[in-house]
Design a protein around this ligand. Structure first.
Ligand code: C2E
Ligand code: MG
Ligand code: MG
Length: 655
């Protein structure tokens, strides 16, 4: 007791215990001793605080009994005192931390549980009761009998893993189904509970209902993988499906086909009737195609009017052609557009796994190339991918690669082809034609290079070079004393839409000193169709410079007669494909007569291109064509040869 109180025996003896505590404790003690005194039994005084000699407060527990003398008179108390300060501090800490955890567990939205090794609940919080609709009493001791077999299996696997590894599992999500058929998604974290000896005795964990979140995720995924307009899977999903099919077909040694489909003339419908009608057409088409295909065939919309169909396990080409026929007839079913019935046609390119490609990229590329090639063949066509197609497009790629540096490397040159006056046989002019000699590709024809130059935009600087070179040549010839002749230069689509065209031509005329009257710019007929109003404006500006304009390849496109009436054009050049049909094709011959008639009526100079035979020449004399150009007189030739031809002037035009 001396140790607890910090006083010596002498100091303690004879002093009232009241001296070592405060009022409140003293009262507590008084009550307790009073009780012992009255009952005569042993009593306990707990939570009793005393002050040590050094002023430090200690907590003690006192157990006391009454001391009675022989006569039975109470004379005092005896007892033991124990210092419990440390113990009670620890108890307080424990109580607080327990309270803290209880508050957390009862207030979180997540379900908290503890189960024994048999899976029976030993503790659950309110949230868990709420979420599965059982009371705490019902749950304690209950195992997982309310879950479906699958869920039980899933849970077993999960808990077993935690048990085996001793490692907690965090945020494991799975589909939870109840016996009554309810399903939801759940995310669960589980830890092992061990006893003091470190043996596993159960599990504790937190579970969260993520059904809503899953629904949202699924919605977002749907939007990301489907086309809003048609409801078909989109490109993103298609790529996933394609990958899966490649893996599957690889494993089981199967073939499958990829059909790239593009609606012909869809753009025209869109442009003519507006986007709402365009959308209607796409939607109708999508729905019909989906209905026509087997459930195992996959169809997606890649964008615009492009669809892709994946046909699984293709065993014969014959099956595929049956399907193709079905697709064409489905696409061809009439669709009401602006009160009229329209029949669509489609172009389809096909690639086959594994022969045309073993990965996504090459299969799609192959089907895409095949589709372009089908389009080139004309509408309502399909085309299987082949090496021929590949080399065609590969060559195009090589051209694309080398073209950009061709100007700097001075690889271009011009040839000139004479045009003759049909009456006199005199050369009235030449047409400048572009040639490209590349060390690797050899001589590249305009047919191969112009489309590439157009799509890359390189045609603009190349065209400028052609114009300048041709004009300089013409001026040089005249300085040499050759007769005045016109110089025809071809302008492409892209050049006509180039903002700087007018300035460029002005510059060239100025630099070369060429008489604008001698420059004739040729534009192709089919160019007029697409951008009519804008082109007319450019043509009028060109006319303002004093140059001549020719409509090239006339009769090969579809421009109406009404259209050429409004064009500021001086010359009509009849397309060589029609001239080539003399004398075999009577209809073409009638067309030529008609064109010559129109030309005369509109006061235009008429030129026949591609004249190769005397027979053609004779035909062109009546009805009368003004000028002729073609291999019969001269191929396109180098400038020196052209100069000689111009100098000799006259061709013999009779038999
Ligand atoms: P085009 O303007 O219609 O030029 C006439 C084409 O017909 C030339 O082909 C010429 O060689 C060919 N030709 C002439 N007479 C005959 C004949 O009797 N029989 C046959 N079978 N062909 C004949 P080329 O030089 O291959 O040019 C093809 C096209 O490329 C040109 O057609 C023109 O549209 C375009 N082109 C040529 N040079 C240029 C250029 O500098 N700029 C632009 N934008 N296009 C050009
Ligand atoms: Mg031409
Ligand atoms: Mg032509």
């Amino acid at each position: 007791l001396c140790k607890i109180y910090g006083y010596s025996k002498e100091e303690l003896i004879g002093v009232n215990y009241r001296e070592h505590t405060n009022r409140e404790n003293y009262r507590k003690a008084f009550k307790a001793f009073n009780q012992i005194f009255r009952s005569g039994t042993t009593g306990k005084l707990i939570n009793y605080e005393v002050f040590r000699k050094d002023g430090v407060q200690r907590q003690v527990e006192i157990s006391a009994t009454l001391i009675v003398d022989e006569s039975g008179e109470a004379v005092g108390f005896r007892g033991t005192t124990r210092d419990v300060t440390e113990r009670s501090q620890m108890e307080e800490q424990l109580r607080r931390s327990e309270e803290r955890y209880r508050t957390i567990i009862e207030n979180i939205e997540d379900a908290y549980f503890e189960v024994d090794l048999g899976g029976r609940f030993t503790f659950v919080n309110d949230a868990l009761c709420r979420s599965i609709g059982y009371s705490r009493e019902e749950l304690i001791g209950m195992d997982n009998r309310q879950y479906s077999e699958k869920t039980v299996r899933d849970l077993y696997k999960l808990f077993n893993k935690v048990y085996r590894t001793g490692e907690p599992v965090k945020a494991y999500s799975f589909e939870l189904t109840l016996k009554d058929g309810h399903t939801g998604f759940c995310e669960i974290s589980v830890t092992l509970i061990r006893n003091k000896q470190g043996e596993a005795v159960g599990f504790r964990g937190i579970a969260r209902d993520i059904t809503e979140r899953k629904k949202h995720e699924e919605q977002i995924r749907y939007l990301a993988t489907h086309d809003v307009l048609t409801g078909l899977p989109n490109r993103v999903m298609f790529r996933e499906i394609l990958q899966q099919n490649i893996e599957f077909a690889y494993r089981y040694g199967q073939q499958f086909a990829l059909l790239f489909m593009d609606l012909d003339g869809f753009k025209t419908i869109n442009d003519t009737y507006g986007h709402d009608i365009g959308d209607h057409v796409l939607m109708t088409c999508a729905v019909r195609l989906r209905k026509e295909l087997r459930a195992s065939d996959f169809i997606a919309r890649l964008g615009g009017d492009e669809f892709v169909i994946l046909v699984k396990n293709v065993t014969s080409i014959k099956n595929l052609t049956t399907l193709l026929a079905k697709i064409f007839s489905t696409a061809g079913m009439p669709i009401g557009v602006g009160g009229k019935e329209h029949s669509l046609t489609a172009s389809i390119g096909i690639s086959i796994y594994p022969q045309d490609g073993q990965d996504k990229q090459s299969l799609m590329k192959a089907a895409d190339l095949a589709m372009y090639s089908a389009k080139e063949k004309g509408s309502n066509n399909y085309q299987f991918f082949s090496m021929g197609i590949k080399s065609h497009f590969r060559e195009r790629t090589i051209v694309e690669e080398h073209l950009p540096s061709a100007l700097e490397r001075d690889e271009f040159f011009l040839e000139y082809q004479p045009k003759l006056d049909l009456k006199t046989g005199t050369i009235t002019g030449v047409e400048a034609l572009l040639r490209w000699r590349n060390p690797e590709l050899g001589l590249v024809t305009p047919m191969r290079l112009i489309p590439v130059a157009e799509s890359s935009g390189l045609i603009v600087p190349i065209g400028r070079w052609v114009l300048k070179t041709a004009c300089m040549k013409n001026v040089a010839w005249q300085r040499q004393g050759l007769p005045r002749i016109t110089m025809a230069v071809n302008l492409s689509h892209r050049q006509l839409l180039d903002d700087r065209l007018i300035e460029d031509i002005k510059d060239v005329l100025l630099e070369s000193g060429m008489d604008p009257e001698l420059l004739e710019l040729e534009i192709t007929e089919n160019l007029l169709l697409s951008y009519f109003p804008r082109i007319i404006n450019v043509l009028n500006q060109l006319k303002g410079l004093g140059v001549r304009l020719a409509l090239d390849d006339y009769g090969s496109g579809y421009s109406s007669l009404a259209q050429i009436r409004h064009l500021p054009v001086d010359t009509l050049k009849i397309d060589r494909s029609i001239i080539g049909n003399i004398p075999a094709n009577r209809i073409d011959m009638a067309i030529i007569e008609a064109i010559l008639g129109i030309g005369k009526a509109l006061n235009m100079t008429t030129v026949a291109e591609g004249v190769e035979t005397l027979e053609q020449l004779e035909f062109l004399k009546d009805p009368f064509c003004d000028e002729v150009q073609g291999f019969y007189f001269s191929r396109p030739v180098a400038p020196e040869v052209a100069a000689e031809l111009i100098n000799s002037r006259r061709f013999q035009l009779t038999k």
